[in-house]
Design a binder for this molecule. Structure first.
Ligand SMILES: [Mn+2]
Length: 213
């Protein structure tokens, strides 16, 4: 018997797991698992870059403030606007008291943003927000019978993507294309793709919270 949980509660949790095919990792206690998904006043963030190494460029920082459901997309319309969008990011983040929630498994977004802030001397002594990497939290707590890819996970949990035909590896090329063509439809596509990444992440988090509750 898990301390602090009655039999009814335990059987409803077991039923939830069976229905959703989600299992706690061996040795993980339900209350602890729940606490790992208990973020505080979340802001969901996803960045788009021209490549995976830190010398490539950030061209979009998408932020969703959960409480107000406010979505902000900081988009570089020119290839030299990286510093500007980082400045805007700093301004937005200065009001964030809670957790910044991302998905990569290795704090890709956090590391990338911090490297760039340092590069542009925007890294100051102000208090830094706490970053949570949802994939790391999932790895520590539960097992899901799909790959560790946000798209697969969210789709398996019932999220409908606006652009299921697009994938992350296509983004750098499509962004370069936009810089040349200025095609407004392509711009919308790029922005909607990033929004999908963020909203699918919120979907994954609420889905898991529901199953664990
Ligand atoms: Mn993305």
């Amino acid at each position: 018997m898990v301390k602090g949980i009655g039999l009814d509660k335990l059987s409803s949790i077991a039923k939830n797991y069976l229905e959703h095919n989600i299992e706690l990792r061996k040795g993980v206690m339900i209350e602890w698992a729940k606490s790992q998904f208990d973020f505080n006043d979340e802001v969901y963030i996803d960045i788009e870059t021209t490549g995976l190494s830190f010398d490539s460029q950030i061209w979009l920082i998408g932020m969703l403030f959960k409480k107000s459901n406010k979505l902000i997309l900081l988009f570089a319309h020119e290839s030299d606007e990286e510093k500007d969008i980082l400045k805007q990011y700093m301004k937005q983040v200065s009001n964030v008291k809670g957790d910044i929630v991302t998905f990569s498994g290795h704090h890709f977004d956090k590391e990338f943003i911090e490297q760039k802030l340092k590069k542009y001397k925007l890294w100051n002594n102000s208090p830094k927000p706490n970053f949570v990497d949802v994939l790391s939290v999932i790895r520590d707590t539960i097992e899901i019978p799909v790959s560790n890819n946000l798209k697969d996970m969210a789709a398996w949990m019932g999220y409908n993507f606006k652009h299921p035909d697009l994938a992350g590896y296509m983004m750098p090329g499509l962004y370069r294309e936009y810089l040349i063509s200025r095609d407004q439809e392509l711009l919308t596509k790029l922005q909607e793709y990033n929004e999908d990444d963020i909203r699918s992440l919120t979907h994954v988090v609420s889905f898991i919270r529901d199953v664990l509750s």
